[in-house]
Design a protein around this ligand. Structure first.
Ligand code: ZN
Length: 282
């Protein structure tokens, strides 16, 4: 795939394999665990966050590093990848969700639950596209292969969220719903920080109508033109503006998945795995 300077917005560092040379100050990634690739996001002493890549893990091609159970990979190997990731994070457990391109926010783990908490919110994998928790040691995971993984945290309130924001999620304003749920648990926009992980860029994501207009109705900043010249959306740019409008400082970390061999891309490879964005209160 072609690359452009605009597609490499930040995070030029290579994904770290645990056996590699990366040494984070807080030892998020033990050198002795070769099983998973994890690129941490610096978030201070109270929050562990980052994004996985496809270079490691026990699954072979095309699933190397895959963390999803619904893409044709061997379930045992997915379990092994997930267990290795939990060890690397120092997490007691990782909460995954059954993502359906909706806007349901599920509060998981201990702590108070808001009134609109769905009934399945305390099951192992709730049907949702955003997870929120106030429980320490419980990592939240969002799985992606082009959609935008959005991690949020208010370390002072002790509330974190992982959001799955594809074109449907953006059109349904799932990030605003996640922020509202976090606020109901004590988070304040001025203290919240959001980090958007590796995801497809506007140059690689032509989108027809009416889907494009549905995105732009909520996130007009997402308007873009694909490298082919077709109308497209850049969900990442749209989400950065949407979060700013909500009063949340947001930034982008990671390349375009469709242009990165280190990431899964559903648009590029119809049979592919999923990487994860993860966030946890220490
Ligand atoms: Zn791209």
């Amino acid at each position: 795939m072609p690359t452009t300077s605009t597609s490499r917005i930040s995070s030029s560092s290579a994904l770290a394999q645990c056996r590699g040379s990366r040494s984070t100050g807080d030892r998020l990634v033990p050198r002795t665990d070769p099983a998973i690739a994890f690129e941490p996001v610096e978030w201070g002493p109270a929050v562990v966050a980052g994004f996985t890549g496809r270079l490691a893990g026990v699954s072979g091609p095309p699933y190397n590093g895959n963390l999803a159970t619904h893409v044709g990979d061997d379930a045992g190997r997915v379990d092994a990848n997930r267990s290795a990731l939990a060890r690397a994070l120092g997490a007691r457990r990782i909460a995954f969700m059954r993502q359906v391109h909706g806007s349901t926010v599920a509060v998981v783990g201990g702590g108070p639950a808001p009134g609109d908490n769905p009934p399945e919110a305390n099951s192992t994998e709730p049907e949702a596209d955003a997870l929120v928790t106030a429980e320490h040691g419980l990592a939240l995971a969002v799985l992606v292969a082009d959609c935008v993984p959005v991690l949020l945290a208010d370390p002072v309130a002790g509330v974190v969220a992982a959001v799955h924001a594809g074109r449907k999620g953006v059109a349904l304003d799932v990030v605003a719903r996640a922020v509202a749920t976090m606020r109901s648990l004590g988070a304040e926009p001025g203290r919240l920080r959001a980090v958007l992980g590796p995801s497809i860029c506007g140059g690689c994501y032509p989108l027809g109508e009416p889907a494009r207009s549905q995105v732009l109705a909520v996130a007009p900043a997402a308007a873009a033109t694909a490298r082919t010249g077709e109308p497209s959306v850049d969900l990442r740019v749209g989400l950065l503006a949407r979060l700013a409008a909500l009063g949340v400082a947001a930034e982008l970390a990671g390349p375009c998945t469709a242009e990165s061999a280190r990431h899964f891309s559903y648009r590029r490879d119809p049979v592919t795995g999923r990487t994860a964005g993860l966030v946890m209160l220490r």
